[in-house]
Design a protein around this ligand. Sequence first.
Ligand code: SAM
Length: 217
Amino acid sequence: MDRYVRQRRRMVETQIRARGVRDERVLAAMEKIPRHLFVEEALVDQAYNDNPLPIGEGQTISQPYIVALMTEALALTGKEKVLEIGTGSGYQTAILAELCACVFTIERIAVLAAAARRVLDGLNYYNVALRVGDGTYGWREEAPFDGIIVTAGAPRVPRVLVEQLSVGGRMVIPVGGRFTQDLLRVTRLSEDPEDVKKESLCGCRFVDLIGDHGWPR
Ligand code: SAM
């Protein structure tokens, strides 16, 4: 058996299922997607370790467990339209592309976006639209979204993103200070964008969400 297949199985059992992620579709996607293709050559041997890794430009690919937890919190069935802010390596994008109808993803750093696009195309993820820009504005022409996932830490929940959630839609977003945040699930309850339910999933530590509705550049 391919050594990466073995490493992925172990990752799912010991890091993800063991910590309480139960959504079988999420677990299957984590077991399927070749995370080692999303990291730099020199870090391939660490791709399935229980930690984030650098991807260049001062950014990171998130810890596998956090990717699984955030994805599970979106409660995807396969029919959803999802917005991701912070494409990074494209790994989380690939997980989403397996589990929903289509993904719209925004990355502010062009070289990361180009690298992610190459890997996603190589894996035939044609249900992914990617653009470079400030994702804190969302993607208004494509709204509403059934799910929004923000993979960088924000000082607050940007109202402009809640406005782009469908009623009943869920947003997962780390919110807090520059060094630690609270991972929140925000569910939109009605047409009024102020009418939301906020649940705290866990403490976390993400790189900054930099933009007009995030941290200053
Ligand atoms: N989900 C990614 C993965 O699987 O590799 C990890 C993303 S990394 C923790 C956060 C990413 O958010 C970085 O690539 C960073 O450049 C990006 N980012 C930060 N602020 C952004 C913004 N306003 N719009 C789009 N991307 C942003």
